[in-house]
Design a protein around this ligand. Structure first.
Ligand code: TYM
Length: 332
């Protein structure tokens, strides 16, 4: 079976629909076809300086949501990044192969450091993508299911794998991004030109999996649409409506053509009303199952401990090989 690895940051109380449709949904399908590893990347979350108690709570809530969304501990390995020390260890080796300018060209770094301000930007934020490369390469992943915004980080990962392999001999699988075009960039409901994001300017632009359903309904009803009244799929000129259609299609399995035909002659209000129902019906069971996992933190921690063990059995072998290749003396 081909190997897959992906990660998600515990930087919010809830994942949003962009995280789910761009990434997590594909994780759930790929656990059937791949040897699958998924991690809650708490070390990455440290780059935004979270409150310790909040980080701890969000890490568990993230794992609970992933199980609730359909990751099955029998079918995949879900773990917490910091439980597997090899991630930070391999990241150091890769840091020593990454150009300073190369890291400086990462657009997510440039955007985030601009937002944080030069004085508050840490070295951790700078090397964030190198830690991400370590996450992936440790598991010899063939494929990495992510949204469009991760493409550049995956390009860096591939470059680092190739560089290591040419310098020290074949050690790492060079991973391919797995980006499903239709849902790779879910847009902000209030600003359809931008991606849905936890750091959006207004909370009304994003739909959180765990938020009260009446709020979800309100947000969908007040989503920015476009002038005109026709329901057509035209991402260039009608980004708002097209985004709603994308979400609708993804959650129901219906095609965009089928939807536009069904809404021919109807208005935006009809579309929004029905989509709100679809989204609520989708999140309700996830909310329920998330609560169930969070109600039993001991059991949740146990599942994560098992995942961490399984992950380490792979990552420790890869790290030992990489350490050996670069010339580190193995402890006797
Ligand atoms: P993060 O936590 O920001 O996002 C998790 C996943 O959600 C996707 N995503 C979206 N997809 C479609 N539309 C959107 N609006 C949208 N917003 C977010 C992201 O592309 C991502 O797949 N750097 C990563 C975490 C990471 C990682 C890894 C990923 C760390 N190590 C190793 C893959 C492999 C991140 O910030 O994801």
């Amino acid at each position: 079976r081909p190997r897959v690895l992906s990660g998600i940051q515990p930087t919010a109380d809830s994942f949003h629909l962009g995280n789910y449709l761009g990434a997590v949904r594909n994780w759930v399908t790929m656990q059937e076809t791949h040897d699958a590893f998924f991690c809650v990347v708490d070390l990455h979350a440290l780059t935004v300086g979270p409150d310790p108690a909040q980080l701890r709570a969000r890490t568990r809530a993230s794992a609970a949501q992933l199980f609730a969304a359909g990751l099955d501990p029998e079918r995949c390995t879900l773990f917490v990044q910091s439980h597997v020390p090899e991630h930070a260890q391999l990241a150091w080796v890769l840091n020593c192969l990454t150009g300073f300018g190369e890291a400086g060209r990462m657009t997510q770094f440039k955007d985030k450091s601009l937002k944080q301000g030069a004085d508050r930007t840490t070295v951790g934020l700078f090397t964030y993508p190198v830690l991400q490369a370590a996450d992936i390469l440790l598991y010899q992943a063939d494929a990495v299911p992510v949204g469009e915004d991760q493409r550049q980080h995956l390009e860096l990962t591939r470059d680092l794998a190739q560089r290591f392999n040419t310098t020290y001999g074949r050690t790492f699988t060079v991973p391919a991004p797995h980006i499903v075009r239709d849902t790779a960039k879910i847009a902000d409901l209030q600003d359809p030109g931008a991606k849905m994001s936890k750091s959006a300017s207004t909370p009304n632009g994003l739909i959180e999996l765990l938020e009260p359903t009446n709020r979800i309904v309100k947000k969908i009803k007040s989503a920015v649409t476009d002038t005109g009244r026709e329901i057509v799929y035209d991402p260039e000129n009608k980004a708002g409506v097209s985004n709603l259609l994308t979400i609708y299609a993804a959650l129901t399995g219906r095609t965009i053509d089928d939807l536009t035909a069904a809404y021919d002659g109807k208005g935006y209000g009809d579309l929004k009303k029905d989509l709100a129902e679809v989204v609520v019906a989708f999140v309700e069971p996830i909310q329920q199952r998330t609560r169930m996992y969070l109600d039993d933190p001991a059991q949740l921690d146990k599942l994560l401990a098992i995942g961490g063990e399984k992950a380490r059995s792979v990552s420790s072998r890869t790290l030992a090989r990489a350490y050996e290749r670069v010339g580190l003396v193995a402890a006797a």
